[in-house]
Design a protein around this ligand. Structure first.
Ligand SMILES: [Zn+2]
Length: 272
């Protein structure tokens, strides 16, 4: 959940046209490209990062490391606390955020048949809103509610919150926000989905994250370790810049649309 970059005195980088063109070539030459996205993409949609100056946790305090255990010990109290803070400043940016051109570009790459899967560390729902279909939200989705027994997800309006904690309409299990809490295991269905796609991938685009938060980072590194290509899109040098095959400097909202334009043009020229 850390935001790539933020190294003191470092200048933002800007990808050259030649670098974008090279990235377009490797994407077209790959057979199973996937992407890993992180907080940098949310920041570009106006959602503050969790950590660092102006970060939500810096302002409001970091959740306890045993957040999930506290939920399990008293789900009713945890739900009451969550509902009472629904409209506060913590949730306002999430409510107001809209997909940026970076989200739209990844959805377009998928529609073109050139991106097979997106693993996101973001909980903000913006990839879905952009129209991304093949997607794993590895830290959950703040708009969804998940059954801790059967794993089904529900939209908030589908669930009766008059009695807390709410219960699963299918199996009567306890329902919790889909957002993965500190101390909570990442749901197995999501991990399996990520592993299946990462296992097939021969290229990974890492956008808006330094790919250091596990297990998400592991899926990207696995592709690279198996001999796949790693393309990074980050405003600043990150912890993975040195191992990337191509590192594109810039924000996702600026670089990813350029990449889509280059890929589309190259595909047309190869077809003609
Ligand atoms: Zn259930």
């Amino acid at each position: 959940m850390c935001y790539a970059g933020a190294v003191a005195n470092e200048q933002p980088r800007k990808a050259t046209a030649a670098q974008v063109q090279r990235a377009a070539e490797v994407i077209l030459d790959s057979s199973y490209p996937i992407a890993l996205t992180g907080a940098g993409m949310s920041v570009e949609s106006g959602i503050p990062p969790f950590r660092g100056p102006g970060g939500l946790w810096t302002k409001y305090g970091e959740p306890p490391m045993n957040q999930f255990q506290r939920f399990m010990a008293d789900p009713k109290k945890a739900w009451e606390e969550r509902l009472s803070s629904r409209n506060d400043e913590f949730y306002k940016p999430l409510t107001e955020a809209r997909p940026n051109p970076g989200h739209m570009a990844l959805a377009e790459l998928e529609a073109l048949g050139l991106l097979r899967f997106v693993i996101t560390q973001n909980v903000d729902d913006l990839h879905r809103q952009a129209g991304q279909k093949s997607l794993a939200e590895i830290h959950g989705n703040w708009k969804l509610i998940r059954c801790l027994e059967c794993g089904l997800r529900f939209r908030r309006e589908q669930i009766d919150l008059s009695v807390l904690p709410p219960r699963c309409p299918e199996c009567d299990g306890i329902l919790k926000s889909d957002t993965v809490s500190f101390g909570e295991p990442i749901p197995v269905d999501v991990l399996n989905q990520c592993a299946a796609h990462a296992g097939k991938a021969d290229l990974v685009i890492v956008a808006g994250t330094s790919a250091t938060v596990y297990p998400a980072a592991g899926f990207a590194l696995e592709v690279k370790q198996r001999g796949g290509v790693m393309v990074e899109v980050n405003l600043y040098d990150s912890e993975i810049t040195s191992i990337c095959d191509i590192s594109l400097g810039g924000g996702s909202a600026e670089v990813l649309p350029r990449l889509v334009t280059a890929v589309s043009a190259l595909r047309r020229s190869r077809a003609s």
